[in-house]
Design a protein around this ligand. Sequence first.
Ligand SMILES: [Zn+2]
Length: 469
Amino acid sequence: MRINIIGKVVISLTILIVSSSPFVSKAFNDGDLINDHGTIYTIEFGAKRAFTSLKIFKSLGYQLKNVKSGDTSSLSKASNISSALTRHPRGTIVNDHGTLYFMGRDYRYGYASEAVYFSWNSNYKIVVSINAADLQVPVGPLSEMNPNASSTSQSTAQKNQNQQTNSTPAANNSVSLDPTSLASNNIFVINDDGTLIKGDAVDDATVAKKFYTLYPSRTDYDFLNIFTTSHGSASVEHHNIINNGVTGVGGPQTVSDGQLPSQLKGINVLNDTYSDKNVNPSQISNDLYLISHETGHQWLAYIGVAEGISDGVHYTKWFDSSFVRNGQIWGDTMGGFAWKDNGNGTLSVLPMQKQAFSPLSLYLMGFLPVSSVPDLKLVIPANSQDDGYQDVKGTLKTIAISQLISTYGVRNPSYQSSQKNFKMAYILVVKSGETASQYQEYLKNINTITQDFPIEWNSITNGVSTIVK
Ligand SMILES: [Zn+2]
C-alpha cells in the first residue's frame, strides 16, 4: 500500500491504491494445467480450454500430477479440447524422439540445448509425447536463451515463458504507427526522462504531471491508463483515485490538490499487461478484464466491510455477486462468487460464464437506480476460515440494499445526475533511448485496446456507461 501523493486526502485511513484482483489472468501462463472445481483446463492465449474427459486429457499425454488447482473465473472460455487427435495447444512441450519442442501458434520451436530448455522451464515432468497432428505443425527457429532467466530465479523464468514468442516477421507487421499521429486516438508516448520509472515501478503521479506539462490542453480526460514497455517485479497493476466526490459507496472521497486537472478522476497503472509485444491479439481482448477491474476501483468494492461483503478492496469470497445475463450466470468484475444453497446445510459455488458489473456495482458506480438492485446474498460459513468452495457448511443470509444505505448513506450524485460517459488517455511510457521501431508492437496493441475497450466497457456496464473518444 502506498499513499496517494497527488490528491489531498479528505477522508484518510483508506486504501487509495488498490492492487488488482487475485483473479487476474496474468497469473496464468499458456500451457498451465488448472483444475477448477473438477474441470481441468489448459491455458492458451490467456483463455481457458476445458478437456471434455479425463480420457482425452490422458490420451494427449498430460499427467494429473502437473495439474494445479486454481480459480479461472476471470478467464474467457475458448473451445473445448474434445479429441485426443488434435495438436497440443500453445504452451505444451512435446517430445519427438528426444528433441523437445515448445508448441507455438504457427510453429513448434526446438530448444538448442538443455541450458536453453531450463532457462524457460523448471523440469521435464511437463513434457508429453508428440502426436501426429503436432507433426503437421512446421518447425520454427530454435528457441533462444531466456534473457531474464538466472539459475536462482526459476519463477522469473517461468513468468517469462509467457513471452516466448511464436511470432514471425509477418506481413501484417509492416504497417507502422506514427507515435505523433496517435494523439487523435488518445494515445500518447512519453519518454522516461529518468523520473518516470523509479526502481522497478512506474511513478504514476510523476507521469501524470509530465503528461499535462507536455499536453497542457488535454485536460478533459477522466482516466489516464499508463502502460510501460517493461514490467518490474515490484510493479503491481493498480488504480489510484485522484478525484472522487462520490458519497454513499463506502469508499474514499478525495479531491485533487490542484496540481492535476479537476476533470481527472483516477489513474490505472497497467504496466506491460497489454503492451507486451508478444501478446496475441486474442489475449488482449481477454485481458480487457484488467482495465475494467482497475477502473472499477474508482468506486468499488468498498461498501459492506463490516457486513462481510467487501474486504475493503474487493468483494469477499462469501459474497454472492452473481447475476443472470443472457441466460447465463455471470460474476462481478470486482470479485465474489455464485453460491448455491445445496439444501442440506451446505453451499457450493457454481461456475460463472463471464465477469461484468453486477447490479450492486452498477448502482454504486452511478449507472443504475437503487430500485434495480435485488436483495444481496451472503454466505455465513460455519467456519469463517473455511477455504473450500464446494459443500461448505453454512447458511445464506439476505441483506436488502436499504440496509446498506441506512449504514453508508445514499449514493450521491444519484443515478439521475451521475456521470456516465468517460474519456480515457492511453499513455505508453518508454525507456530513454528506446526507438519508435522498438516499441511499435506495444503501440499496435494499445491501439487495439483503444478500439476494443469501449465496446467491452459498454457491455459490462449493461449499456449504461460509455467510453467516449
Ligand atoms: Zn483489484
